[in-house]
Design a protein around this ligand. Structure first.
Ligand code: AMP
Ligand code: MG
Length: 483
């Protein structure tokens, strides 16, 4: 068999999904196969590229051993609860164990309408599919936990959007697709037994250490809280705006999921929003940690009856975990900031130093990514990039004093900083350029960008244009959901 499945979700969680086939499509064509990922998963790229392989990658055919299904979930979308969302345009084909023993969901997005489609067509377009491919791979290369693209397949269909678009399917892999919204689906229906089954399944799959604990469900909440604190801190350290942090897009595993309206910030501004529908700025860059905490509180609510028979005690214990998210987040973020600044030791005043940096930065037009990348220059004797702004120059003086007090050779510090401050990120205008060419059947700019983004920390000749912000006059960048 070309794919070896071991489908625990299908077999252990009956009632949590609808068995479902993808649509047949007129002309499936492989746009891109992630051969590195296929190797990692122990999948044969040659078979995946064959006619049957491509049909399996877009859901037109069920591979041997697969158990395709659409998962049920609910979710708070922009703060409002929808009791029934679910995979409206996706199916879980099955679970693959990679040679290193890790379990992965193989999931298809754009494979056709399902019982959860709520009037949607269940389809996806070539543009958004390639966009998720690019940004997910960039995130992976940046060291951020994420779902990853295995393949993009065009279907030969035209799909109805504002203007007709060529259709495509994204095959992606994830540690799992269990979301806060999965718990909410059953909590909203008062199905306590199913919440327990799902919690036990999540613990066994993602946090097996918790199994032996005296209070496993409280520990599950803590574990997910920690995974999300770590994840969102990583977003904040690279200027990533997810854009649609609904509870149905918040994973238990702590992986980034659903690259719809996301984008990278250029000029530092905590109010940065790209999504055309985020009118209140709920999911603005600077709000992301608070929103993650809000989402975890919704998760905690679904677990209360499992945490303690006394509701009062359950609320107290869960609330303490939610409150602790702030310090967990800060610990992860500060550790990341120290790496960005090349600080090798921890000092009490570091938090203040970081906060002062962002205060100084917010008054400038500086590009977030370039600023941090340029910071190592001063340790190479190239002077400071902060001189032309008095607030930044002041900050830089303090920084040099703080860092210089450590006995770390300058070149070692500079090298370490360049290993965490990327040179290449998926800049919005470059992503758009790659997608427009792809829609004209020229995948060369997509391939080039993907390659550049695969090693974001290593400077290479010929790639200068990928380090530049959008040209002046580009206007505000806008992104769209569910396209
Ligand atoms: P997303 O914004 O991709 O996280 O999707 C939110 C919800 O809308 C999920 O339940 C999706 O399955 C559903 N959805 C998004 N686009 C479509 C579509 N074209 N057809 C059916 N359901 C969709
Ligand atoms: Mg989603």
């Amino acid at each position: 068999m070309p794919m070896h499945f071991d489908n625990t979700y299908a077999h252990q969680l009956e009632g949590f999904y609808a068995p479902w086939q993808g649509d047949d499509v007129p002309e499936p064509r492989l746009l891109k196969l992630n051969t590195d990922l296929a190797d990692e998963l122990g999948l044969d790229s040659e078979w995946l590229s064959s006619e049957r392989g491509v049909r399996a990658l877009c859901g037109a055919e069920n591979p041997d051993g697969g158990f395709p299904l659409a998962m049920a979930y609910a979710g708070h979308q922009f703060g409002n609860f929808s009791p029934q969302l679910g995979d409206g345009r996706a199916i879980l084909v099955g679970e693959i164990l990679s040679p290193n023993g890790k379990r992965h969901d193989l999931h298809l997005k754009g494979s056709g309408a399902t019982p959860f489609s709520r009037g949607g067509d269940g389809k996806a377009g070539v543009g958004p599919v390639l966009r998720e491919y690019l940004i997910g791979e960039a995130m992976h290369a940046l060291g951020v936990p994420t779902t990853r693209a295995l393949a993009a397949v065009s279907t030969g269909e035209q799909i109805a959007r504002e203007t007709p678009q060529p259709g495509a399917v994204l095959a992606r892999v994830a540690a799992s697709h269990i979301r806060v919204g999965t718990f909410q689906f059953f909590a909203a229906r008062g199905e306590q037994d199913r919440i327990r089954t799902l919690a036990d399944y999540t613990i066994a799959r993602h946090f097996p250490d918790v199994q032996e604990s005296a209070s496993p469900y409280l520990e599950l909440l803590k574990s997910v809280s920690n995974a999300q604190a770590r994840l969102v801190s990583q977003w904040m350290l690279i200027g990533f705006v997810h854009g649609v942090m609904n509870t149905d897009n918040t994973t238990a595993s702590g992986e980034t999921i659903d690259y719809g309206p996301c984008a990278f910030m250029e000029r530092y501004d905590p109010r940065t929003v790209f999504s055309s529908i985020d009118l209140q700025g709920r999911y603005a860059f600077g709000n992301q940690p608070a929103i993650a905490q809000w989402n975890l509180a919704r998760f905690a609510e679904t677990l209360l009856p499992l945490i303690d028979a006394s509701e009062q005690r359950a609320i107290e214990e869960a609330s303490a975990v939610i409150t602790d998210f702030n310090s967990l987040y800060e610990t992860h973020w500060l550790a990341g900031m120290r790496r960005k600044l090349g600080l090798h030791t921890a000092r009490e005043e570091d938090l203040q130093l970081c906060n002062e940096l962002f205060e100084a930065l917010s008054g400038t037009e500086r590009d977030f990514t370039r600023f941090f990348r340029g910071l190592s220059d001063c340790w190479r004797g190239h002077g400071s990039t902060c001189e032309d702004n008095s607030a930044l120059a002041n900050w830089h003086q303090q920084y040099v004093l703080r860092a210089g007090a450590e006995e770390v050779p300058d070149d070692e510090r500079a090298k370490g900083m360049d290993r965490v401050n990327p040179l290449y990120i998926p800049r919005n205008h470059k992503v758009e350029e790659a997608l427009s060419s792809a829609l004209e059947d020229d995948l060369a700019p997509f391939e080039k960008l993907l390659k550049v983004l695969s090693t974001p920390f290593d400077e290479r000749p010929g790639c200068e244009s990928y380090t530049q912000p959008a040209p002046p006059g580009s206007g505000r960048y806008r992104t769209f959901c569910g396209t």
